[in-house]
Ligand binder design. Structure first.
Ligand code: NDP
Length: 311
C-alpha cells in the first residue's frame, strides 16, 4: 500500500517530484487555515513527514499525526524537530549530515573574510557611487588565531580551510578530539580569550542556548570578531548588539539569528556586521544532495530497510 507523506516544510526542488512518484503526497499549505483543514482531512493517514531543520516538526503537528512512523528532515539541526517527543512515540528520524559539511564550512570562511575585509560594505560603497569614501581599512585574517566552538564535522572542515590561511587554531567542546593537534580549551571563556576570530558551529538547543554571553564576548575583546554559522540562539543577541555598539568586540558575521527571520533593527545599521539569511548550505549541489537524502531515507523506511542517516 502506498504510504501517505506530508511535506511540512520548504524542500529542495528535487524532493517533491520524486516523492510524488512513490507516495501519496500532501504538501502542507503555508497559510494556517488551509494547513489546519488539510491536517483535519488527512492527518490520521500520514505515515511519513518530509520537513527541514528550520521548520522542524512542531509538537502541535506531531500530536495530530497518530500514525506517523518516520520523519526525514533536510538539514542537520534537530533543535526544531521535537526529537524527544518523536522518539518517545517510536518515530524514526533522519537528517542530512555530511552532504552539507563542505559548503557550510566554505560559508564560514567566506563570512570571516567578508567581515574582516569589509567586502559587503565595500560593495555597497561601489554600488552607491561612493567608491572608497568612508570605507577605512579592513583587517587581516592570514596568520590570526581562530577559535572554533564545536570541532565536529563542520568545525573540522573549517579548521582544514583555516590551515591554508596559516591560522593558529584552537577549539572548545565538551570532549577533546584525540586525533587533532589544535589547542583544546576546556572552557569557552578561555577559548574566546585565545581567539581573534571565534566561529560558532555547535548544535542549537538548551545545552548551547545563550552560551556566547557577555563574559564570552568580553573575553573575545575589542580586537575579536564573532562568526556564527551554527544556531542564532547560541548567542545572547542583545548582549552581542551591546558589545558591537560599544566597541567591546570588533565585528560579527552572522548566518543565523535568534528569532529568524526577524533581524534586530540595530544590526541592520552596523557596518561592522555581515548578515546572511541562514544560507550557509545554500548551493545548488548541496541542496540537491540534501533533498536526495530526504527522499532516500523515506524510501528506505517504506521498503522495510533501516534509515540511511538516522539521528
Ligand atoms: P557535529 O555533531 O558533527 O558537531 C557538533 C560539535 O559540537 C561536536 O564537536 C560537539 O562536541 C560540539 N558540541 C555539542 N554540544 C556542545 C556543547 N553543549 N558545548 C560545547 N560543544 C558542543 O555537527 P555538525 O558539525 O555536522 O553541525 C553542527 C551544527 O551546525 C548543526 O547542529 C547545526 O545546528 C549547524 N548547521 C548550520 C547550518 C547553517 O545553514 N548555518 C547548516 C548545517 C548545520 P561534544 O559533543 O564533544 O561537545
Amino acid at each position: 500500500m502506498t504510504a501517505d507523506i506530508l511535506v511540512a516544510g520548504r524542500m529542495p526542488a528535487n524532493v517533491i517530484p520524486q516523492l510524488d512518484q512513490h507516495f501519496h503526497l500532501h504538501v502542507l499549505p503555508t497559510d494556517k487555515a488551509s494547513a489546519d483543514a488539510m491536517i483535519r482531512e488527512v492527518g490520521t493517514r500520514i505515515r511519513g513527514v518530509a520537513t527541514n531543520a528550520a521548520q522542524g516538526l512542531p509538537l502541535e503537528l506531531l500530536d495530530q499525526l497518530p500514525g506517523l512512523e518516520v520523519v526525514a528532515s533536510s538539514g542537520i539541526g534537530t533543535d526544531a524537530l521535537n526529537l524527544n517527543a518523536a522518539k518517545a512515540r517510536g518515530i524514526h528520524v533522519a537528517v542530512t549530515p555530511d552532504v552539507l559539511t563542505n559548503d557550510v564550512a566554505d560559508a564560514g570562511i567566506a563570512l570571516m573574510l567578508a567581515v574582516s575585509r569589509k567586502l559587503c560594505m565595500a560593495e555597497r560603497n561601489v554600488r552607491a557611487g561612493r567608491w572608497l569614501k568612508g570605507l577605512g581599512l579592513g583587517y587581516r585574517v592570514t596568520g590570526k588565531r581562530l577559535g572554533i566552538l564545536g570541532l565536529g564535522r563542520i568545525g573540522r572542515a573549517v579548521a582544514k580551510r583555516a590551515e591554508a590561511f596559516d591560522m593558529s587554531i584552537a577549539y572548545h567542546q565538551r570532549t577533546p578530539n584525540p586525533d587533532v593537534s589544535y589547542r583544546y580549551h576546556d572552557s569557552l571563556l578561555s577559548l574566546a580569550a585565545d581567539s581573534d576570530f571565534l566561529m560558532i558551529i555547535v548544535p542549537g538547543g538548551p545545552a548551547t542556548d545563550g552560551m556566547v554571553n557577555r563574559e564570552v564576548l568580553d573575553a573575545l575583546g575589542p580586537d575579536g570578531t564573532l562568526i556564527n554559522i551554527g544556531r542564532g540562539a547560541t548567542v545572547d543577541e542583545p548582549e552581542l548588539i551591546r558589545a558591537l555598539a560599544e566597541g567591546r568586540i570588533r565585528g560579527a558575521a552572522l548566518d543565523v539569528l535568534a528569532n529568524e527571520p526577524h533581524v534586530p533593527e540595530a544590526l541592520l545599521t552596523m557596518d561592522n556586521v555581515v548578515l546572511q539569511p541562514h544560507f550557509a548550505s545554500g548551493t545548488e549541489e548541496c541542496r540537491a544532495e540534501m533533498g536526495q537524502l530526504v527522499v532516500d531515507n523515506l524510501r528506505a523506511h517504506f521498503d522495510g530497510k533501516p534509515l540511511l542517516t538516522p539521528v
